[in-house]
Every structure is written in C-alpha cells, then in structure tokens.
Design a protein around this ligand. Structure first.
Ligand code: BT5
Length: 252
C-alpha cells in the first residue's frame, strides 16, 4: 500500500480474494511466526465470524481485515483494543465521508442506529487478532431480509461508492496511532474518546446475558471495557463485553 504512514501496523499487508475468515487466516499466520502488525485483507469472506459464534455477512464491496498485535500490556487491558479499533473506524468514516457515525457497546459501529461495522478481537496467549468488518460499498440487497432493517452501508448512506483502498489506508493509520497510545498507557484517553462517541451511555438499556437480563441506566465504561449499569434498585452492575449476548437500547 502506497504512502502508508504507520510505525507498527501494515508493514506487511496480504490481500486475498476470498477466505473463510480473515481472523482465522491471521491467527494461522501468527502461529507460524508472523510478526506484529501484519494485516490480512479479504475481498469477501465465506465464513465471516461475529462474537459468540455468530455470522458476519461478508459480500464483495465491504472491508474485512484482521491485524496481528502482540501487546506487551497486561491481558486485563485487552478489551480496550476493541474500543480503540471502533474509535479508529468512527474517525475514518467521519473524516472521509462526514457521516454521523457512533459506537454502540460493546463492539458495534452504527449510523442512525443501524450497524455499519463490527469488531471481533480474539486473544491467544499474548497475541491479539483484531478483526474489523465495515459495510463500505455493500449493496443492502445482499443482506438477508431478517437483517435489512438493522444494517446499513456507507454506500447506502452516501448514495455513492468510496475508494476502498483509501479507507483501508486511513483506517490502518488511525489504528496505528491509537494502538501506540494504548501501548503508552493512554487507555483512559481511549475510553474517554470512545465514551464521547457512544450512544449507549446515558440511555436505559436491557442486556441479555447467559445468566439473565440486566436492565437500567448505562452510566459509563470501565477501564476494562465493562459497562456499568445502574439498576432500578440503585445499585451498579458491571457487565463484561464477553457476557453481552444482546444489547437493547430502551427509548427514554
Ligand atoms: C461483530 O459481531 O459485530 C463482529 C464482526 C467482525 C467481523 C470481522 S470481518 C473481518 C474479521 N474476520 C471475521 O471472521 N470477523 C471479523 P457481533 O456483535 O456478534 O454481531 C454479529 C451480528 O451482526 C449478527 O448476528 C447479525 O445480527 C449482524 N450482522 C451480520 N453481518 C452483518 C453485517 N455485514 N453488517 C451489519 N450487521 C451484521
């Protein structure tokens, strides 16, 4: 990729046509000794994955990429990598298109409440694979009818295609900056920028977990990416991102 201004990310970028999942491919390369910063970009995915074994629909036109990171930071802070990745996606989309893009806890990027992107971070020992999916020049007609009302793409919002390589370049540069902030212990600043972009905070939410539903006011995000919800009994409950099966925003 020409003129990529990064220090860690994208020293090596592998472009593939289709792949089962870029996260699996990045993980495979990492297990073979691939260095930190390598990126796998696919034109489409056959078995794109979301969290909790869910499917990520990955037709041509979208961005599907995974980055190999080897942070020398306590694994307890790894959830902040999901937050910094979604901040990078929002900065990129806002900067390139002006679209009013925000984040939804724990790992969604949304435009007008509709999901335009998602992050899937998977840690294996001290390696984190950051998977990012963005519906860029994606036609909404390619989504199953059950999803059509809750998803959007940048092309749909703008009514025009956007240069995919340029979006990838800016995105990798934004992630590189934020990842270096993360390594320099600026996690609080990342959490604070993420919080400013979040529509979940300050709203009443209902969160489905394997142990039951948690309802209340989404007050803030903790330093480990956990959502602090003030229940109707006035007590704060912490919900870890990995436990959130479904997050529903209640209209106030
Ligand atoms: C996510 O999961 O949002 C994480 C998605 C990460 C995808 C990237 S693509 C590159 C890398 N390689 C992979 O294999 N994965 C990563 P989750 O929060 O579990 O959301 C999944 C849910 O979003 C699904 O159950 C659908 O409801 C919905 N969904 C599926 N495909 C979508 C799409 N393309 N756009 C918007 N929503 C989608």
């Amino acid at each position: 990729m020409d003129n990529l201004r990064t220090r860690i990310i994208g020293k090596r970028i592998l472009f593939v046509e289709d792949v089962q999942s870029t996260n699996d491919e990045a993980r495979r390369l990492s297990s073979l000794g691939e260095k930190e910063g390598t990126v796998v970009v696919a034109a489409s995915q056959i078995k794109g994955r979301g969290r909790l074994g869910r499917r990520w629909i990955s037709p041509p036109g979208g961005i599907y990429l995974s980055i190999i990171l080897k942070p020398y930071i306590s694994p307890s802070k790894f959830p902040v990598i999901t937050l910094l990745s979604s901040v990078a996606v929002v900065r990129t989309i806002r900067g390139m298109t002006g679209l009013d893009t925000s984040v939804k806890w724990p790992n969604d990027v949304v435009i007008c409440g509709k999901k335009v992107g998602g992050i899937l971070c998977e840690a294996v020992k001290n390696t984190v694979i950051v998977g990012i999916g963005i519906n860029l020049n994606t036609s909404i007609s390619l989504f199953p009818s059950s999803l059509k009302k809750q998803v959007t793409s940048i092309r749909f919002e703008l009514g025009a295609n956007v240069d995919r390589d340029r979006v990838i370049k800016i995105l990798l540069e934004e992630i590189d900056k934020l990842y270096r902030d993360f390594l320099h212990h600026k996690q609080d600043e990342i959490v604070s920028e993420w919080s400013g972009l979040c529509r979940t905070l300050g709203n009443m939410v209902r969160i489905e977990t394997a142990k039951g539903t948690i309802s209340g006011l989404a007050e803030r995000i903790g330093g480990r990416g956990e959502l602090l919800v003030r229940g109707y009994d006035g007590k704060i409950k912490k919900v870890h991102p990995a436990d959130a099966i479904k997050v529903i925003l209640e209209e106030a």
